[in-house]
Design a protein around this ligand. Structure first.
Ligand code: FAD
Ligand code: MG
Length: 582
């Protein structure tokens, strides 16, 4: 390096990082070269080593600060796939680990240990050179691009620390909170199943109930009350938890607490007509029958209206009456709602009227620059084909003839299907191969279509629009998708997408997010699982249970957790579950 270019580089660094000039000593110059002595101070070292941080003129590029909130499915996936040295990445999450939620119900009865399904975040931070702060974001100041954070109160450290952080890009991956629908008494008396601590609390409480019911001087009624387990919500989590609890009662409690076993009862309450209503009807029917056979008291059309320390009250749809029952333990699993910090943020950006934060198809929060949202935090506000129909038509109608021929579509068909996933769903549902067939079926012939016929043919398509489910599958795919977009940005200034083809000229640089569904499982206990796989393929029974074991083992994020979970499963097969209340 010539002295001149060295001097240029050094002086531009001083300009960008004035504070570093204190530690940089140009000690000796001899001939055309020099010796550069600098301390271990990280930013300077990084900037001198990594040419990626200098532009073509040798001037340092200020790294864009990307702040990621959350270390769950979407945040962890984003961080794992992000590989762009042009970003200064800071992670804020109150949880210094990733939690593999699909196995959380198995923690409630000791089939799997909590530590086996968590992956510390620090390892990933070190590997990637990202920074982590164990704190919760309590306020987003969107207009000043700042967040306000608070550390959580530790068990030994009293008090909290508060700090502000600024950002260029903010990634919201904070998930959601359990939704109580403001039902009185739920926050105070029910258990949730969302975090690792929740699963451990449930496990301790179940064992406590059995120990309490085994004490002398209790009446039969009291024992029945203590051993009445109520699960609220017939979605996948409530059903899986009920099944896990039932397995524990049948396989372990019968041996460990033979005297009180006869007093146990599990009640599953569901406000709708059926449990697992997002699954295929065959699965719902099988699950309902199996639960009846197992002696789980399944009550549908039963809406919880209040919980006190001793009783749970429901309104029965058939009779309209309020019924109260004593219980020993209630687990609440009725869905999710937005976190307070997100609700407040929605107010600031004009989304206060919405139930869930909305993003566009590139996962950018609508109405707010530089903020992205992933996973359970937000939903994609899918654009309607009908909103853009005139633009689509004009784009295809290159000669401005007012009519379209089949070949005219070829240029826009791919874009239509990409931008509007509902078109593909509609074609699939109606067993049509492509849009030309759709036009043909709508118009009876294939030759020419005017805008009215075009509108008519596509008029039903928007009815296929569906929000993506709040699942780990969606969250992790969104994290991976966004990281890949960020990786592709050669320079940080570039936005992850170009102008839309239909709204302006040119083609967008990044495809919008597209979800790929790989199927879902509903474990039903007794080594039986229902699986719904793409292509309407339904399988229920022991074979799906083995599929479940292998899929979940493969989806665990590290070999360490994989080994731990497999050894937990083996231990359970050989020795049964651990019933100690520690
Ligand atoms: P999370 O994974 O919930 O992550 C949120 C992160 O944000 C956490 O690290 C949290 O500590 C952090 N955070 C919270 N508040 C703040 C804040 N203010 N500031 C900063 N950080 C914050 N899905 C499936 O696909 N298959 C399954 O089998 C399945 N089983 C499930 C079983 C259970 C018991 C549960 C509860 C969920 C299950 N899910 C399953 C759903 C799945 O877990 C969620 O959809 C997924 O976790 C959503 O990912 P996320 O990144 O949006 O949020
Ligand atoms: Mg999610």
């Amino acid at each position: 390096m010539s002295f001149h270019s060295f001097y240029q580089r050094a002086s531009s660094l001083f300009k960008a990082y004035p504070s570093t000039s204190k530690i940089l000593l140009l000690s000796t110059f001899s001939g055309g070269g020099g010796v550069l002595v600098y301390s271990d101070s990280n930013p300077l070292k990084r900037i001198l080593h990594a040419d990626a941080t200098l532009d073509s003129d040798g001037n340092p590029i200020r790294k864009k600060k990307v702040v990621v909130l959350g270390s769950g499915w979407s945040g962890y996936s984003f961080l794992s796939y992000l590989n762009n040295p042009n970003y200064d990445v800071q992670v804020v999450s109150p949880r210094n680990f990733f939690l593999f939620t699909p196995l959380l119900p198995s923690v409630t009865n000791g089939t799997v240990e909590a530590r086996s399904i968590v992956e510390p975040i620090r390892g990933l931070m070190r590997k990637k050179g990202f920074e982590y702060k164990e704190a919760e974001c309590v306020k987003i100041d969107a207009s000043n691009k700042k967040i306000h954070c608070r550390s959580k109160e530790g068990s030994s450290l009293k008090g909290t620390t508060e700090f502000d952080m600024d950002y260029d890009i903010l990634i919201l991956a904070v998930g959601a909170k359990p939704n109580t629908f403001n039902t009185p008494g739920v926050e105070e008396h029910a258990y949730f199943l969302k975090e690792a601590e929740d699963a451990l609390n449930i496990r301790h409480s179940v064992i406590d109930c059995f120990e309490r019911a085994s004490l002398p001087n209790l009446t039969e009624e009291e024992r029945k009350k203590i051993l009445h387990f109520v699960v609220v919500g017939g979605g996948p989590t409530g059903v899986e938890f009920s099944a896990e609890l039932h397995d524990f009662l049948v396989q372990d409690v019968a041996k460990i607490y033979p005297k009180v076993q006869e007093f146990t009862k599990i009640t599953l309450l569901e406000a709708g007509d059926h449990i697992l209503n997002m699954f295929d009807k065959r699965i719902t029917a099988f699950a309902e029958e199996k639960f009846q056979r197992d002696g789980i008291d399944l009550k549908t059309g039963s809406m919880v209206v209040g919980v006190t320390a001793d009783e749970i009250s429901t309104k029965e749809r058939e009779t309209g009456k309020i019924v109260s029952e004593p219980y020993g333990m209630v687990v609440w699993s009725t869905g999710i709602g937005s976190r307070p910090v997100i609700k407040d943020f929605m107010q600031q950006i004009g989304q206060g009227q919405r139930r869930v934060l909305a993003t566009d198809e590139w996962l950018r929060v609508e109405g707010c620059d530089g903020v992205y949202a992933l996973g359970d935090t937000a939903t994609i506000n899918q654009r309607r084909v009908m909103e853009d129909i005139a633009a689509i038509f004009n784009k295809a109608d290159k000669g401005n003839t007012g009519t379209l021929k089949k070949k005219d579509f070829n240029s826009v068909v791919k874009d239509i299907c990409q931008r509007y996933p509902q078109v593909e769903l509609y074609l699939k549902k109606n067993k049509l191969k492509n849009i030309a067939n759709l036009l043909k079926s709508a118009n009876g012939e294939d030759t020419q279509v005017n805008i009215e016929k075009f509108k008519q043919a596509l008029s039903e398509v928007d009815s296929q629009m569906k929000n993506l489910p709040a699942t780990a599958q969606v969250a992790s795919q969104q994290g991976k998708y966004l990281a890949k977009c960020f990786n592709k940005m050669e320079k940080c200034e570039k936005k992850p997408e170009g102008p839309l083809r239909f709204r302006g000229e040119g083609r967008h640089r990044f495809q919008p997010f597209r979800y790929r569904h790989f199927g879902s499982f509903a474990p039903l206990g007794g080594e039986q699982t229902a699986a719904e796989l793409p292509g309407d393929w339904v399988s229920i029974g022991h074979s799906s249970q083995w599929l479940w074991y292998s899929v979940y083992a493969s989806k665990l994020v590290s070999w360490r957790t994989r080994m731990l979970v497999i050894s937990d499963w083996t231990r359970r097969f050989v020795f049964g579950r651990d019933s100690s209340s520690i």
